[in-house]
Write a protein that binds this ligand. Structure first.
Ligand SMILES: NC(=O)C1=CN([C@@H]2O[C@H](COP(=O)(O)OP(=O)(O)OC[C@H]3O[C@@H](n4cnc5c(N)ncnc54)[C@H](OP(=O)(O)O)[C@@H]3O)[C@@H](O)[C@H]2O)[C@@H](O)CC1
Ligand SMILES: [K+]
Length: 464
């Protein structure tokens, strides 16, 4: 698991560090110079863009270390009177040159602003960044992005590589920072604000049948989805539940015929009350928002088992919040909104996607999976995960139906709801990448790649 900490948490860790700030800065700068040298690969000209604070100090000290290895280094000081004093003196001592405009260089180090950045790049910085044609190495984070939210409220640096210190920050998973390198500077941090599971960790949590397992061991997933108008959503969600685990799947709804035709292994009925016992429900994809859909949602919320509420069922919950009263408070709920559904439920997402998901998770006492290129998954107890998409091919019609089916199957197997949502999201993005391999795909192809994706993550689990 890769943890990420906010700017405030990093500052607190810096305060606690037994060594002086200047020592931390030298370590950070030396790490930056080392990464720069690897990017230069023998070429010898580096430009520094240096802002008003310690981020600029890191860049100047990195320039000092690069000078000591014979690199020609030029620095533009964006706030000359506030440039880091000791860093600038060392840079000059080592033969670094302060210039008004960067000459042609092989690499540019972005030390404009780091953890204390607010808003996008300022106009003077934009002018310098726009002239850059060389690859950019960002110090701590690409300037203009917010460390905690990854949001770009204006122009920002596009980094080929970002070198960061002590620990990762949320921006490194939430925004494009290029290749991220972490340099140990001896900071010690507590439990992370945000985490990302590795593929091997997802593989390890995926339910695997044992020798004595039967069709019930992995749990029975109930799918209440689809309508006569939208049978496809039911076919996709049921298919994902069928392929996700070896557990049994029951489908209940108006698309029973279409589902039976595609998935003969699913037990299909026309109504939830006839469906029999399940260990988790998926409700919502293609369900519609009429009275029968509302009745279906109420029935599954009353069932006393974990429920994944998706798509139309989210809209129903938003328009009729009293539906939540049907839920036994002890039973896990997973909500899977995209931004518009989230807005109906809890107000506009805004720039702080992690904060928004966390607040909604606490408010609804539910795991909230907020879809996006970086999907944020927050539990009511505060644990928060992020799942990054490798590509954007999963953003296709019906893709969400597959995701909710996978979540349902993991919930039915008894997986912790946060891990069920995160595991499903991970396998879903991997399936999209495998199926697409560079070309658009329909959701049915994504679905067909689910077994490959599960196999891929399972193969990474070290054998006991
Ligand atoms: N913590 C640690 O453990 C370690 C931290 N280290 C390093 O310190 C960095 C943090 O340094 P920091 O706190 O001095 O602030 P920093 O980000 O350089 O900003 C400086 C000033 O810029 C301004 N400014 C704001 N927004 C702006 C914008 N959009 N565009 C332009 N300017 C903007 C604003 O001043 P203002 O002009 O608003 O008065 C702000 O005060 C951190 O990222 C890491 O590199 C390492 O040395 C190792 C140990
Ligand atoms: K920076």
């Amino acid at each position: 698991m890769r943890g990420m900490w906010t700017a405030a948490e990093v500052r607190a860790a810096e305060e606690r560090a037994p060594v002086a700030e200047s020592v931390l800065m030298r370590r950070a700068a030396f790490g930056t110079a080392t990464v720069a040298l690897s990017m230069l690969d023998g070429r010898r000209r580096v430009g520094l863009l240096v802002g008003a604070g310690n981020n600029g100090g890191d860049a100047l000290w990195a320039g000092y270390f690069l000078r000591r290895r014979g690199v020609r280094v030029y620095a533009v000081l964006l706030a000359p009177e506030r440039a880091h004093r000791a860093g600038l003196a060392a840079f000059r001592r080592a033969g670094g040159r302060v210039v008004d405009l960067l000459p042609e260089v092989d690499l540019v180090v972005d030390g404009i602003v780091g953890l204390s950045g607010r808003g996008g790049l300022r106009p003077d910085a934009v002018a310098h960044v726009e002239r850059v044609t060389a690859p950019i190495l960002a110090v701590d984070l690409p300037s203009g992005l917010d460390a905690d939210t990854g949001a770009a409220s204006g122009r920002h640096v596009r980094a080929a590589v970002t070198v960061t210190f002590g620990c990762l920050k949320p921006v490194h998973a939430l925004a494009d920072c290029g290749d991220v390198r972490l340099v140990d500077i001896g900071l010690s941090v507590d439990s992370p604000y945000l985490s990302e599971l590795t593929s091997a960790e997802i593989g390890a949590l995926w339910p695997v049948p044992g020798r004595s397992s039967d069709k019930y061991t992995q749990g029975v997933t109930g799918v209440a989805a689809g309508s006569s108008v939208y049978p496809g959503a039911a076919v996709l969600a049921t298919g994902a539940a069928v392929l996700g685990t070896s557990g049994m799947v029951r489908y209940a709804g108006a698309a029973a015929e279409a589902v039976r035709a595609r998935w003969p292994e699913a037990i299909c009925t026309g109504s939830i009350t006839d469906a029999g016992r399940v260990q988790a429900w998926v409700v919502g994809p293609g369900l519609g928002t009429g009275s029968s859909a509302e009745a279906a949602l109420r029935t599954v919320l009353e069932a006393g088992v974990p429920v994944c509420v998706d798509a139309d069922a989210i809209t129903l919950l938003a328009t009729n919040p009293s539906l939540s009263d049907a839920r036994d408070p002890a039973t896990p709920l997973v909500l899977t909104p995209h931004d518009r559904e989230f807005a109906r439920l809890a107000g506009a997402v805004g720039d702080d996607r992690v904060g928004a998901a966390r607040r909604a998770a606490a408010r609804f006492d539910a795991v909230v999976l907020l879809k996006g290129h970086a999907t944020v998954i927050a539990a009511p107890d505060g644990r928060t995960l992020v799942n990054r998409a490798g590509s954007s091919w999963a953003a296709t019609a019906g893709s969400g139906d597959v995701l909710s089916g996978l979540i349902g199957a993991l919930l039915a197997s008894g997986t912790d709801p946060l891990l069920a949502a995160a595991g499903a999201a991970h396998v879903h993005t991997l399936a999209a990448d495998l199926a697409a391999s560079g070309a658009p795909i329909p959701a049915s192809s994504l679905l067909a790649a689910v077994p490959d994706a599960v196999r891929t993550v399972r193969a990474l689990v070290p054998s006991e």
